[in-house]
Every structure is written in structure tokens, then in C-alpha cells.
Design a protein around this ligand. Structure first.
Ligand SMILES: Cc1ncc(COP(=O)(O)O)c(C=O)c1O
Length: 462
């Protein structure tokens, strides 16, 4: 809508009009629907289109100008400011000029460029012409061996190279696994509730259903496995997003279920290397390698842009997984695989994890300390990983804080807003603070801004 300039669709929802318009415009800029420089409709035209008072639109525009989302110049109307998206249109892309405190990324400025480029150079210099062929769909032998050694050593996985399959990260692995599980007879995968919406979408994309698996203070609840489930997807070392650890009793119960019902457990070990208060809990896979698919990724330890991950696959699923890999037509490129194998073999990978672990541990402690000045309610879950859940009283409070965060230059993620609950009605609310993501220079200012936003917030334990 909008009589002058562009045709602008705004989903203004309910709530106070000015705030709804602000939120809708912020959303349109953040998602790249309104690129930098776009000339917005005049206030009179937009007010007419929305059937509201012109003053309401004027107030919304003024607020967004003050926050830096819009610029207004006499004679040339109101335009979208230069907050250009590095990945315009990508739902997870960060916004320039705004510090990203959503979960999912490590501090990308810590990526070991020198070590990575040295590894690429070394391995390509040593590689023969044949190594640049299509190669083994399960991944290069040298990386499968390096991964088997690494996950056995660092995560206690029972693995040998023959069981390892290299993927383009966990996202690809889950798409492949879902197809393989369907071939093996599964119709439904139970996934944690709350859990990542994107993972449910990947499972649906492979023609399977998902069913909610409730998560409590001891992690996913095996008593809640739906009768129709043929597999369960778990984050045992550090539940995403609650941050709790799967209890010993629950581990045993999930494995008993898998054996009784001929089911499989998919262990998403996305940030298992990052535990700060004690040694990380070993992989569930070690207790039953015939029933558990272990999945790891370089996205937290190195960088998501590498698109490299691995599966350790039970013998019965190996052929279905290789068939599914062929069906998706995607596999990880050889140069990246060779470089990663080199970093793992030389111990550079471990050293990098140790270095970043110290840094993220410090950030989590700082976050917890600052929060303790505001509330007695602690962060949910254990000190681990790259994010922490701050429980809130209501979805409305969550929405308010996400909006206030944008006003203070922070991108925040809410459990409700980011679609973590299976049901649209959802459950409890909270912010998932990705404290690892900001580059070092931006961390302290981001923490100050976050503390300001949270002052007076309705924080209550789950
Ligand atoms: C729960 C969970 N699993 C897995 C991943 C890793 O996905 P990928 O390896 O595709 O980057 C993430 C990254 O954000 C995650 O949050």
C-alpha cells in the first residue's frame, strides 16, 4: 500500500498502532524487503491506506529516524537508512550497524584465517590430480579418519572411519538423515519442544512428520515420546535453546526405547566442545552405536561458512544415508575437507577450540554477573555453549524486549518470536542470548546495551 512512492505491504498486527507500524517497518528493513535508500510513502498517504491518524504514522517515522532505521531530509521525504544486509533476504543474516546477539554463530572475527589458508596451501600442494575428482560420496578418506580420531578423543564417540560420513554441516546432515530414516521405515521424528523450527522444516521437507518431545530441567523427557515416532532428534550435551543437559536416567530411557521399538536417536552435538564448569558430558552414541547417529559440525568451533560437518552412522543406516546423499546431489567440496583434516591432525583445531572456549566462558560469566545485578533469576541451563536462555514472564514481554533491543542497536532472539515452540500458541517465553557472536570490540558495549534493555524486565524462572 502507499499512494506515493512504493507499494508497501505492512503487516501491522494488533497492539498500539505506532508501535505496530514501527515493528512492521523494522521487520521489513531487517529482512531486506525494504533495501537502503527506498523512499517510503508520505505520512498522509500511508495513514489513509492504513485507516489511521496521520499523527500516528508521523510518530512512528520519527521514532525510526531516531533509531537510525530511516533518514528524513526536507524535500526528499523519508528513506530507508543504510543498514544494508550482508545477506539481504537471508532470514538469519545480521544487520550492519546492529550487534547480533541471536544464537547460532561464533565470533567470526576469531576464525583462524592464517591456519586455514596454510592448511589449504599445504594440502593442495600435496594432493595428486585424482584427489580433485568427484571422489567418495561419504567424504575423503583422510577427513573421515581425522574425524573418527577427533570425535573418539574429544567427545568419547565410538567411531571408525568407515562409519563416518562428511556433510555440509548439520543442516545438510539432517536433510539426508531424514530421507534415510524414511527409507528405513520411519514416518515421524520426535523433536525437542522447544527446539529449532528450521530442523522441523528440514524433516518435513524429507516427507516425514514431526511430533513434540517436551523438554524439562533434565532435558528431553523420554516419557513424552509419541507412540508413532520412529526416531528422536536430541541435543543431549546442551539442549537448544534451554541449555540443560540430558540426565543419565533419560539417556538410558531413550536407548531402551530405541531398542524396544527398533527406533533411532539422532544426537545433534552442535556445541559439545564448549562446556565451561567441568568436562563435557560424553556422547550418548558411545552407549549404543547401533541405535544412535552422532552428528557434529564445524559451525561453532570454526565458522558456519565452511559448511562442514560429520555423521557417525550405525551400520544399518549406512546404505540408506549414502543413497540419500546421492539423492540430494550435495556433498562437501574436497579442498575444504582436506584442509579440515590437516587442522584436526595437527592439533590446530583443538587449540582453536581451547582458545575460543576461554573467551566464551569469560563472556558467559560477564553476562551472568551483569544479570545478577538486575535479578535473582539465573540463566537457564548449564554454563556451556555459545548461548544462554534468559527466562521471561510472557511472550508480550519477550516481544517488547526484542523491539527495545533493536532500538538500542541489538538483534535479540525470542523463544516465541523465533518459532521454537511446536504449537503456534507456544509455551513459556525467553530471550536466547548468543553471547559468542559479537566481535571482541563490540562485546562490552553490547553487554552494556543489553543490561540497559533488561533493566525492569519481567524475568521469571521457567
Ligand atoms: C541446535 C543446532 N544444531 C546444529 C547447528 C549447526 O548447524 P550447521 O552445521 O548446519 O551450521 C546449530 C547451529 O546454529 C544449532 O543451533
Amino acid at each position: 500500500m502507499g499512494k506515493l512512492g512504493i507499494d508497501l505491504h505492512l503487516d501491522v498486527g494488533g497492539g498500539p498502532r505506532a508501535r505496530s507500524i514501527e515493528a512492521a517497518l523494522r521487520e521489513a528493513v531487517t529482512t531486506g524487503r525494504l533495501p537502503a535508500g527506498t523512499c517510503l510513502p508520505g505520512t498522509r498517504g500511508l495513514a489513509d491506506d492504513l485507516g489511521i491518524a496521520r499523527g500516528t504514522v508521523v510518530a512512528a517515522y520519527a521514532q525510526l529516524v531516531a533509531e537510525g532505521w530511516l533518514v528524513s531530509a526536507t524535500g526528499s521525504g523519508t528513506r530507508v537508512a543504510d543498514v544494508t544486509l550482508p545477506h539481504a533476504g537471508a532470514p538469519h543474516g545480521p544487520v550492519r550497524g546492529v550487534v547480533d546477539l541471536r544464537p547460532g554463530r561464533p565470533d567470526l572475527s576469531l576464525f583462524p584465517h592464517g591456519q586455514w589458508s596454510a592448511a589449504v596451501k599445504r594440502t593442495l600442494a600435496a594432493a595428486d590430480a585424482g584427489s580433485m575428482d568427484y571422489g567418495d560420496p561419504a567424504g575423503t578418506r583422510v577427513l573421515r579418519e581425522a574425524v573418527a580420531t577427533y570425535v573418539s578423543r574429544a567427545r568419547g564417540v565410538r567411531a571408525e572411519a568407515g562409519a563416518v560420513v562428511i556433510t555440509s554441516g548439520f543442516t545438510h546432515a539432517l536433510a539426508v538423515l531424514s530421507r534415510a530414516l524414511r527409507e528405513a521405515g520411519a514416518h515421524t521424528i520426535a523433536t525437542e519442544d522447544p527446539g529449532l523450527a528450521h530442523h522441523r522444516q528440514l524433516i518435513h521437507g524429507a516427507g516425514l512428520r514431526t511430533a513434540p518431545l517436551p523438554v524439562g530441567p533434565d532435558g528431553a523427557d523420554p516419557a513424552g515420546i509419541p507412540a508413532r515416532a520412529g526416531a528422536v532428534l536430541l541435543t543431549p550435551a546442551h539442549q537448544h535453546p534451554r541449555g540443560v543437559v540430558l540426565s543419565r536416567e533419560a539417556r538410558t530411557a531413550f536407548l531402551a526405547w530405541a531398542n524396544e521399538r527398533d527406533g533411532f536417536v539422532v544426537e545433534d552435538d552442535y556445541d559439545g566442545e564448549f562446556r565451561y564448569d567441568r568436562h563435557a558430558v560424553g556422547a550418548l552414541q558411545a552407549l549404543d552405536p547401533d541405535r544412535v547417529v552422532f552428528a557434529g559440525s564445524t559451525s561453532k568451533a570454526l565458522a558456519p561458512g565452511l559448511r562442514l560437518g560429520w555423521l557417525v552412522v550405525p551400520p544399518r543406516l549406512r546404505i540408506p544415508v549414502l543413497d540419500a546423499l546421492a539423492a540430494t546431489g550435495a556433498s562437501a567440496g574436497v579442498p575444504g575437507q582436506l584442509a579440515l583434516a590437516d587442522l584436526l591432525d595437527r592439533g590446530d583445531y583443538d587449540r582453536h577450540v581451547r582458545r575460543t572456549r576461554q573467551l566464551y566462558r569469560k563472556r558467559r560469566t560477564e553476562l551472568a554477573t551483569r544479570l545478577a545485578e538486575l535479578t535473582d533469576v539465573p540463566l537457564d541451563g548449564v554454563p556451556a555453549g555459545l548461548h544462554a536462555l534468559l527466562p521471561l514472564a510472557s511472550a508480550r514481554e519477550e516481544r517488547r524486549l526484542v523491539d527495545a533491543g533493536l532500538g538500542a542497536g541489538l538483534q535479540l532472539a525470542g523463544v516465541h518470536a523465533a518459532g521454537y515452540w511446536h504449537s503456534a500458541r507456544g509455551g513459556k517465553a525467553g530471550l536466547i542470548v548468543g553471547y559468542a557472536t559479537p566481535p571482541r570490540h563490540a562485546w562490552r558495549p553490547a553487554l552494556d546495551a543489553l543490561t540497559g534493555v533488561l533493566s525492569g524486565a519481567a524475568i521469571t524462572p521457567w
